[in-house]
Design a protein around this ligand. Structure first.
Ligand code: GDP
Ligand code: GDP
Length: 454
């Protein structure tokens, strides 16, 4: 019969993606209403990015997969800013700065019918200093007469303005060719051993101790020179030797820089977190143990869960936690992290260095779990036994059977159960718990889906 319900195909795609490693990033920067969304739509060839006639509306969907002449890349729309907001110049500068940090190539969109505004000059200044490839797109050049206006944008000091009409598609293919030429050769990075150092995202709300921990881990002389610096967006990464091997802490430039006091930074904070996770295999989420868990902590944890990465939760500032509080803290943590009972936990003090060395075995364990593959025969033997001892609950008079199971992918492990009927959510969760007990997976998310034969 036909299989319905689940998605082995999707899982295979996921596995394929996990194997292809990092994809270059193109950031689109510019004032509101210059046509960024329209251009993004052109690039991705879908009407997916929302075109807003209201300037400054923050869009929550900001990254898109794109493909041009067989080359894959990610497009990031860094959004607009509210021109009426206080501290607008700061927001503008930060938007440009974020783009510089995230991207391999920046497309700076200017409205040629308006010319270079003060805001454009500010952005131009940040981009000129970045050293990243910048392509200046003179947009709304809908016809040849307009090209003259575009040439006025030479004044921005970013080289030749590239005239384009995002709305009508005029020259947009040529623009993409220029973007492709500027993309770095993506290194054939693979997760795991072949991929060189493991990649870690160090995450946490402001002031939780990320810089302190980084400094503690690195120690001045132990920061290694990055051999691939300058070839990709990796210059902002830091290689640190821990436990006898190098680890790549991704996007550390943003951690070291003190830009966190900027207002309205939540949107950018989430973008940075997502971007770091995309490049990483495992996340360290730092939590301030001397305070109660905040919404922001939980948001970061949610982003990690969403990303499917392995996770170590490090409770920092343990030196500030007294004996009395420790007991209650553990309880509170259990309650708060109920969605991620699998996350490995360590209690550390970045300041005193206490137990910082425990991070390495936790990271190693989490990564090990993340790439575990359970042989099909073992998986099925285990499930046969499990079902014999605890059969799935009967549903409308029928006893669903698990016919066969396979692990469709690793990083993270995903399992598919082929069944003769619907398995209740609680039963699937039971299977997940038992899988964890049997095969480990500490520190890694796992997924159990089913495929039903009708
Ligand atoms: P964003 O705020 O920078 O993302 O700008 P949008 O993509 O939302 O575009 C703002 C407005 O400019 C919309 O009304 C678009 O239709 C219009 N627009 C975008 N590109 C072009 C273009 O190439 N030519 C013309 N004439 N209008 C454009
Ligand atoms: P970031 O914003 O996450 O990079 O946090 P920082 O590393 O800048 O730390 C913020 C503040 O917390 C600084 O004053 C640090 O000295 C302090 N701090 C960091 N880790 C610890 C710790 O383990 N114990 C104590 N008592 N203070 C810490």
């Amino acid at each position: 019969g036909d299989w319905v319900e689940a998605d082995l195909d999707d899982l295979e795609i996921t596995e394929h993606e996990a194997d292809t490693g990092p994809v270059p990033v193109v950031a689109i920067v510019g004032r509101p209403n210059v046509g960024k969304s329209t251009l993004v739509n052109r690039i991705i060839g879908r009407r997916e990015a929302v075109v807003e006639d209201v300037p400054g509306v923050t869009r929550d969907r900001v990254t898109y997969d794109a493909n041009w002449r067989g080359r894959r890349f990610t497009v990031v729309d860094t959004g607009g800013w509210d021109p009426d907001a206080t501290g607008m110049n700061l927001r503008i500068a930060e938007q440009a700065q974020v783009a510089v940090e995230l991207a391999d190539v920046i497309v700076f969109v200017v409205d040629a019918t308006v010319g270079a505004t003060d805001a454009d000059e500010i952005v131009g200044g940040v981009l000129r200093q970045s050293g990243k490839p910048v392509i200046l797109a003179a947009n709304k050049v809908d016809n040849q007469q307009m090209e003259l206006e575009a040439s006025a944008l030479w004044a921005l000091g970013l080289g030749e303005p590239f005239p384009v009409s995002a709305l009508h598609g005029r020259s947009s293919g040529d623009l993409l060719d220029v973007v492709l030429d500027a993309l770095p050769e993506t290194p054939e990075l693979k997760f795991g051993e072949q991929g060189g150092p493991h990649r870690v995202a160090l995450l946490g709300k402001p002031n939780v101790g990320k810089s302190s921990l980084l400094n503690k881990l690195a120690g001045e002389e132990r920061v290694l020179v990055d051999p691939v610096a300058g070839t990709t967006r990796d210059p902002v990464d830091e290689l640190i030797e821990l436990g006898g091997r190098p680890w790549r802490f991704v996007d550390t430039a943003g951690i070291r820089r003190r830009d966190r006091e900027l207002q309205g930074a939540d949107f950018y904070a989430a973008m940075r977190t997502r971007s770091a996770l995309e490049k990483a295999e495992v996340a360290i989420v730092l939590i301030d143990a001397s305070e109660t868990l905040t919404e922001q902590d939980l948001r970061i944890i949610s982003l990690v869960i969403e990303s499917g990465r392995a996770m170590v939760v490090a409770f920092n500032k343990w030196d500030l936690v007294d004996e009395d509080r420790r007991y209650y803290l553990e309880r509170e943590i259990d309650r708060q992290l109920v969605r991620t009972p699998w996350a490995l936990r360590v209690n550390i003090s970045a300041k005193t260095g206490r137990h910082v060395e425990r991070l390495v075995p936790a990271l190693e364990k989490a990564l090990d779990s993340w790439s575990t593959r359970v042989p099909t025969s073992r998986l099925n033997a285990f499930l046969t036994e499990l079902v014999q001892a605890t059969p799935p609950p009967v549903r409308s008079g029928k006893q669903p059977k698990i016919l066969f199971a396979t692990q469709a992918s690793t990083e993270p492990p995903k399992f598919v159960l082929f069944t003769s009927g619907w398995l209740e959510e609680t039963y699937r969760r039971f299977i997940e718990r038992r899988l964890r007990e049997e095969f480990g997976f500490a520190g890694s998310p796992i997924e159990v889906t089913m495929k039903i034969r009708e």
